[in-house]
Design a protein around this ligand. Structure first.
Ligand code: NAI
Length: 345
């Protein structure tokens, strides 16, 4: 039996992971707490840890895991900005789930966008109170509008396909444009200037942190709608709030927030929220916040569990070779192992 400490476990995680683990000899110990320097001790005696987006997997945590003999950090997410992959090199192997349902995320981005632009959230509340007035509910047609997509990987491209179905003009920016994709790539500044809607689908890196800040917002069209289902740190939330107050940003749809780690995924309804910025954003009539929910479909949960268990099995039963390993050494964190077909260390 391979023993795995499963941090930040939620009710919706358990059925798929229990089923998949039982089928393949992987025993998950579900822990409600997040992984951080204070809770790393709970991993003692485990062969691997399974972590999610708001677990803290910094150098100190990695050193401690290494000291406990933990061999593998299995991310049950695609993004890995919360893991110090460089610090892990030579100590603990890191694997992730590169794709589980890009459709889930792209479709959620569209759901947020339609809800916001057509004021569905307002209408829902009104009709529940038998208020059938339409005042203030005017939206705009997607057809003919320009959408700027930043990041044209798996999710970005599905989002683009859906937008094209609406008859929107799509322009895009990517650090590594996909050749022969038929996507109209433009410089970032032009994307900011021409887009009616901007949707973020790139990873959070040192380069992309706060890529949507005061300067970028200054270049955008008045009334622009900004959608972020990627990572909160892509947006400088204070600058976004200023943009909204100045009536420059027409609406914001946020599934992620830079300081979400202590708030999202939990029921805080009986508490006073200490984050004034998030409170202010939520209080805006043209901001919709969901709690990092874009991935949450049946299909995605099953794929996440299957790939994670597959990653764990390949590591422990395949000489440590796993296609989904993350290793910084060869320059391309995600491609290193696949191209080498050998252990990175
Ligand atoms: P992907 O790796 O397939 O695509 C990312 C794209 O971003 C690539 O084309 C890459 O070249 C591009 N990129 C990298 N650096 C860039 C930069 N500096 N500027 C512009 N583009 C850049 O990733 P995928 O699967 O499409 O996921 C995108 C992001 O969505 C993930 O990084 C993750 O943070 C987020 N995500 C959010 C979820 C949620 O539940 N809200 C669930 C899954 C992913």
């Amino acid at each position: 039996m391979i023993k795995v400490a499963f941090y930040d476990a939620k009710e919706y995680d358990k059925p798929s992971f229990e089923r998949c683990g039982a089928q393949h000899g992987v025993q998950f110990r579900f822990l409600e707490t997040k992984l951080n320097p204070d809770t790393v001790g709970l991993a003692q005696g485990s062969d691997a840890v399974c972590v999610f987006v708001n677990d803290t997997v910094n150098a100190a945590v990695i050193d401690q895991l290494h000291a406990y003999g933990v061999k593998l950090i299995a991310l049950r997410s695609a993004g890995y900005n919360n893991v110090d992959v460089r610090a892990a090199f030579g100590k603990v192997h890191v694997v992730h789930v590169p794709a589980y349902s890009p459709y889930a995320v792209a479709e959620h981005a569209i759901a947020l966008l339609l809800t916001s632009v057509r004021r569905i959230h307002k209408a829902y509340n009104r009709t529940r109170e038998f208020n059938f007035s339409l005042n203030g509910l005017t939206g705009f047609d997607f057809h003919g509008k320009t959408v700027g997509v930043i990041g044209t990987g798996k999710i970005g491209r599905i989002f683009i396909d859906i937008c094209r179905g609406f008859g929107m003009k799509v322009i895009a920016y990517d650090l590594f444009p996909a050749p022969d994709s038929g996507i109209d790539y433009v410089p970032l500044d032009r994307l900011f200037q021409e887009s009616d809607i901007i949707s973020l689908h790139c990873p959070l890196t040192d380069e992309t942190r706060h890529m949507i800040g005061a300067e970028a917002i200054g270049k955008m069209k008045k009334g622009v709608v900004i959608v972020n289902t990627s990572r909160g740190g892509l947006i400088d939330a204070e600058a976004l709030l200023e943009g909204i107050k100045a009536r420059k940003v027409g609406a914001a749809c946020l599934d992620v927030y830079e300081e979400e780690a202590d708030v999202f995924f939990e029921d805080r309804s009986g508490h006073i929220l200490n984050d004034d910025l998030l409170s202010r954003l939520i209080s805006m009539p043209n901001v919709i916040v969901t709690s990092h929910q874009a991935f949450l479909t049946e299909e995605a949960l099953n794929n996440i569990a299957e790939t994670t268990v597959g990653n764990i099995l390949s590591y422990f039963h395949n000489d440590g070779i796993c296609d989904n390993e993350l290793c910084y050494r060869c320059g391309s964190i995600e491609r290193c192992k696949k191209e080498r077909k050998e252990r990175c260390f």
